[in-house]
Design a protein. Sequence first.
Length: 207
Amino acid sequence: MLSSNAVEETTFSFSREAPQPPERRGARRHMTILRVGSLIIDGRRELCLVRNISAGGLMAHVYSLFHEGQVLEVELKTNQRIPGRVSWTSEANIGVAFDTPIDVEDLLAAQSTDDGWRPRLPRVEVDRLATLRVGARVLGVSTRDISQGGVKVETDHPLEPDAPVVLTLDRFRPIHGTVRWYAEGLCGISFNELVPFRELMRWLRTE
């Protein structure tokens, strides 16, 4: 059975830069839960799996040949096309730079109503410091991604699954949660209660 940290999901970022090629890693088994998108090239439509979306572009797994500089349109929401061009290719992955940055918050807000979305809360990449209280210990951690339902943090302190914790983010209220997994310096925590969407978006918009 795959551990929770071996699940590969579509991630989101507010960065205005297009995603870069993925780092090469050893062969690892992953459960893949990626959003399906469409690429429109010369009038034809091809499906792809979106690995990462930012305001400036996306990284996608594709099933045909593309070349750097190729002009295309990306369709993430029904009847809404985003013009861009291929910025890099690497094996079965490509990077697409959008001609104009998109509103990631609007894209996230539509996740529960548009076709093509998985019935799970999306994750947003975030790199900020936080504190994690585990019993009598208070640990300094770095957040890696967050959703309404949980967070991934980086910490050198191994944590036991099912341990109750309290996460305190800068300029945000303490959030109670439970450790779900720990591996290779990363820890997955599920929140005891969902964080309201608008509250989370306000925090993500702060510097």
